[in-house]
Design a protein around this ligand. Structure first.
Ligand SMILES: [Fe+2]
Length: 321
């Protein structure tokens, strides 16, 4: 595959599993194109044109040529200077890694990450929160997210990749969409009767069983195993945390159980007050599951994969899943 094919594969899989649905994603791209064409020339110069065709600001080629042929990728959850040095070292030992893929965004994919939060408007409104409420709360949270990111050293890893001449990209929301869809479909099909059944479903997937070995397996943070789940909300995609205010609307929306990838300070207490069962599935394990579905597609096309930096690699290719 070429880098461009891998990038396009990520975007296609992200759209195919997007909680908004394919048509809504394509509509958002058409809106963006119309906004761009309406801009005065001076402003159009600064427009982020990659976003005219890519709905995921946190998924980008950060360094390298799109036409480069890729036979071997290194993928990890977080790629910082240490991982880039590691890859350079592995290549000195003959690994021939052609492309490094981060899950968590870096560079411009990080500074524009807040734009990926808009997707959560649909996630929360599908669960019963009024769309205007979800949208306005998320807009406020997105601004806070941007302000906290742009003051950080956002381009450090990209600079290092450039100096080492290592092609570097990141794939964030598409693989989070894949794990979101994976669990939404499984819970819908199984219709678990007790929280214990949800816990067992999580533990049955190898990424969560592996995390369990490191004392980071699925945890029931609120509620009891014997409780009935009620309406289940899977909360695994949408850029970054929506902030506690929006979670305060879930009882009213009729959500009974939340299955989340991570849980920020303050949110758990808000959910407990609303009598919502809270299952912390796990961050590295849930990220790994989504990434593994993507890496399976690369492996099926002949790309060798080396996993590191918190990514636990399990292939579902032989299961035909
Ligand atoms: Fe993550």
């Amino acid at each position: 595959m070429r880098i461009w094919n891998i990038y396009q594969q990520a975007i296609d899989m992200g759209i195919g599993s997007d909680p908004r649905g394919r048509e809504a994603v394509l509509e958002s791209l058409r809106d963006r194109q119309a906004d761009y064409h309406a801009l005065p020339e001076a402003e159009a110069l600064h427009f982020d044109k990659e976003m005219l065709h890519n709905p995921y600001p946190d998924t980008r080629l950060l360094y390298g040529e799109p036409t480069t042929t890729v036979r071997h990728v290194f993928m990890g959850i977080d790629i910082g200077p240490a991982e880039l040095m590691l890859v350079d070292r592995l290549n000195q030992q003959g690994a021939d890694i052609d492309l490094v893929i981060a899950h968590h965004p870096e560079g411009i994919a990080l500074t524009t990450l807040a734009e990926a939060m808009a997707l959560q408007t649909d996630m929360f409104s599908c669960c019963g929160v009024a769309v205007n409420v979800a949208e306005q709360i998320l807009q406020g949270e997105a601004e806070k997210t941007t302000v906290s990111i742009v003051v950080e050293n956002y381009n450090r890893s990209v600079d290092m990749a450039r100096l080492l001449n290592l092609p570097f990209m990141c794939v964030h929301t598409p693989t989070d969409n894949l794990v979101q869809q994976f669990w939404e479909q499984r819970f819908a099909a199984a219709a678990p009767r007790r929280i214990s059944e949800i816990m067992a479903m999580l533990e049955a997937e190898p990424e969560y069983a592996e995390a369990h070995k490191y004392a980071a397996g699925p945890m029931l943070l609120a509620g009891s195993e014997r409780n009935r789940p009620g309406k289940i909300m899977v909360d695994m995609t949408g850029g970054t945390d929506a902030g506690p205010t929006l979670y305060g609307k879930l009882e009213q929306a009729g959500v009974g159980t939340i299955v989340a990838m991570h849980m920020s300070n303050g949110t758990l207490e808000i959910l407990q007050k609303q009598h919502i069962n809270v299952i912390l599935a796990g961050h590295m394990s849930s990220d790994s599951l989504g990434i593994n579905l993507f890496l399976d597609a690369l492996e099926a096309q002949g790309v060798k994969v080396t996993a590191g930096s918190g990514l636990t690699r399990f292939s579902r290719l032989e299961q035909g899943a």
